[in-house]
Structure formats: C-alpha cells, structure tokens
Design a protein around this ligand. Structure first.
Ligand code: PLP
Length: 392
C-alpha cells in the first residue's frame, strides 16, 4: 500500500484527549481514578439553552443553515461584542463554526501559506502547532515559563519575528496555564505585531472565566489598526458548559471573515442548525444565563483557591495562582523526572490523571484541570501529595 499523506504522517494526536480517554477507560473498568485531565466544565448545559435547542428541533430547524451561521445568532454575537467590548462588528464579520477548535483552524487556514512562520507562545494549547503544520506553515515556539507568569513579553515576540512571520497566536486566559495578560502587556505585543504587519489570532475561548477581579483584554479593541489584523476566536463550550454542542465563533475584518466562511463552505458547511438556537438563547436570555454562569464561576473559583493552596503545601511543587480558565500549571521540575514519566507513574501508582507539561511545549510542569468536583479535587491532591512524598 502507498503511504498516507504527509499531513497524516506528521500530525500528533491530541495528548489531552488521550490522557482523558485513558482515565475514562480506567473508570469504566471500575478503577477509582481522580481525573484532573478534562478540558471541560463538569456542569450540565443550563436548562434554558437546552430548551431552546429542543424547541428548534421540534419546530423543524433540521436543515442546512447559512454557512456562517443563522443570522439571529450572528446578530446576537455582534451585539454581545458591542455591549461588552465596544467592538462594532457587523453580522457579516461573524462566522459560527462547529467548535472553537474549528474556528482556530479556519483562521489559520485563512491567513497561513506553506513557508509562513507563526509565533506561538508556549506553554501552548496542544492543537495550535498541529493546525499550523496542517496549513503547511511552521510554528515558531517561544517559551514563557513561570518566572514571568507564563506570559510572553513584547521583547520575546520582537526577537522571534523574521521576514517569514505571518501570524502570532495569543490565548488569554490561557490553556494550559490559566495566565491572563494585562492590558499593558497585550498592548506592547500588539505594537510589535503592527510594526511587523502580522496577523493576530486572539483565542478568547476562556474570556468569561476570570478571577480575582482580573480584566480580560481583547486586542481587537485597541485601535482600528489592531482590529484590521486581528481574528478573535471564542465559543460556547467553556463559558456555558456546551462542549458537546460543537459551537465556536470567529469575528474578523470582513475580507478575512469572508475567506473563513468560504473555507467552511467547502469543509463543514455549517455548525449544527438546531444547536445554534440553543446558543442564541445563551446570548439573549441574559438573566438566566448570568445566573447559571455565576454559579459555575463560584464553584470554579472556590476549587481554584483550594487546589492552589493544597498543591503549594506539597514539598517540591510550586504553583502560581492563575487568574483565568480552569487550569493550574504547577512546576514539578524538582523531582527530576520528565513530566511524561511523572504523569505516567502518577496514574499507575495513585490513579490520578493529569496532563504532562511537555504536551504543551513546557517540560517540568503538569496541567491540572479543576473543572471537577470538590471531593475529587480533595482526594486527588491527597494522592498527589502521597505520590510526591514517595518520590523524594
Ligand atoms: N481554544 C482553547 C485554548 C481551548 O482550550 C479549547 C478547548 O479545549 C478550544 C479553543 C476549543 O474549544 P471547542 O472546540 O470546544 O469550542
């Protein structure tokens, strides 16, 4: 048989999904596993969102939708950006896709050609390097470790720019670190992007999951010049606990949005039609959504503080208190094991599932998701402490 494509041969499967699948298989086999690997909220989708989807399904919204998404949803997304961020997008600048992941892929496919370089801050979300490679471009990985709060400086960006650089990816709040850039930090990075005429993909999927009074910043709001080169990606998965619905959003200058919609028209066609009506309810039934999101946020914040405090009690581990998303990224380098070995042993010996830092381009760390129950976190962190005590 002939070999598969270079794309198929070069793609690395998602390590986060793999660790999570292994943990779930162990649980299914009756093992008592504490899972810190999931990248999804442990809550159900709020009831009013499910009801709106059911109503749409019953009323026959079961056919193809317009490629960029149903108009009322695109209008609601544009209105939401206008109300929150003062960003004035027309519905023609909005594209709804089957998941924020696909929105990212479309954005990269719309701006990157073979030979282009993409500046990718590490620790990075696992899918970015693979998407960049699928576009034929090259990821230029720049590491920001815990000494700078996992946030890249403008000087690091400047040093990574070459004549081939086409795009920079920014993800604040970050998966895997939970880091949130300040406005000043983001402005400094945007100044470098503008100076070198780069496109910017700002993945803001965790924009509503922010703690300690930190402020989310959208680079597209900085200036007309910034808006003219920024593609802002977000979605419904994390904020509204809708991971299985597969609904992502993208807003961009009209020519980019048009290109993105054209690629979508030849690949996925559109996001699931009746699911889009559920998303519409998330944005329009504001009071109900607000109450549901606040309840989830209160739980996340409680767990974040608890996990952070307990982790830092473990000799040998140090962990920053992240201000966003639902992840902590503790430093385990003192134990002298690779992060992959650490995670493998942790799962074998203590049945605790966590994702190794090297999956995110940062050796010496673990990603712990606290989107799991308080009891699970308590039990998991006790086991982690026992594991570390044994290693010493
Ligand atoms: N971007 C980041 C940084 C993520 O962590 C995720 C999900 O894990 C996504 C995008 C995509 O989420 P979805 O495809 O569920 O909308």
């Amino acid at each position: 048989t002939r070999p598969l494509s270079t794309w198929a041969q070069n793609i690395a499967p998602s390590p986060t999904l793999a660790v999570d699948a292994k943990a779930k298989a162990m649980i299914a086999a009756g093992e008592d596993v504490c899972g810190f690997a999931a990248g999804e909220p442990d809550f159900d989708t709020p009831e009013h969102i499910k009801e709106a989807c059911i109503a749409a399904l019953k009323s026959g919204k079961t056919k193809y939708a317009p490629t960029p998404g149903i108009l009322p949803l695109r209008e609601a997304i544009a209105a939401d950006y206008a109300a929150r961020a003062g960003l004035n997008f027309t519905p023609a600048q909005v594209v709804v896709s089957p998941g924020g992941k696909f929105s990212c892929y479309l954005a990269i496919m719309a701006v990157c050609s073979p030979g282009d370089e993409v500046i990718l801050p590490a620790p990075y979300w696992v899918s970015y390097p693979e998407m960049i490679k699928l576009a034929g471009a090259t990821p230029k990985i720049v590491l920001a470790d815990d000494t700078t709060g996992f946030r890249l400086t403008a000087a690091q960006v400047e040093a990574a720019v070459t004549p081939k650089t086409k795009l920079i990816i920014i993800n604040s709040p970050s998966n895997p670190t939970g880091a949130v850039y300040t406005r000043a930090e983001m402005e400094a990075i945007m100044a470098v992007a503008l100076k070198h005429n780069l496109y910017v993909m700002s993945d803001e999927i965790y924009e509503h999951l922010i703690y300690d009074g930190a402020k989310h910043v959208s680079p597209a709001t900085f200036s007309a010049e910034a808006a003219a080169r920024t593609i802002t990606v977000s979605g419904f998965s994390k904020t509204y606990s809708m991971t299985g619905w597969r609904l992502g959003t993208l807003v961009a200058p009209a020519p980019i949005a048009k290109a993105v919609a054209e690629i979508q028209s030849q690949t996925s066609s559109n996001a699931t039609t009746f699911a889009q009506y559920g998303a519409l309810a998330a944005l329009t039934e504001k009071e109900k959504t607000k109450a549901a999101v606040e309840a989830m946020m209160a739980a996340f914040d409680r767990r974040r503080k608890y996990l952070h405090a307990e982790i830092n009690k473990i000799p040998g581990i140090s962990c920053l208190l992240a201000q966003g998303a639902f992840y902590l990224f503790p430093n385990i380098s003192k134990f002298g094991l690779s992060s992959a070995e650490f995670c493998e042993k942790l799962l074998e010996q203590q049945k605790v599932a966590a994702v190794f830092g090297s999956a995110f381009g940062a050796e010496g760390y673990l990603r712990l998701s606290y989107a799991t129950s308080d009891e699970m976190i308590k039990k998991g962190v006790e086991r982690l402490a026992a594991f570390c005590a044994n290693l010493k």
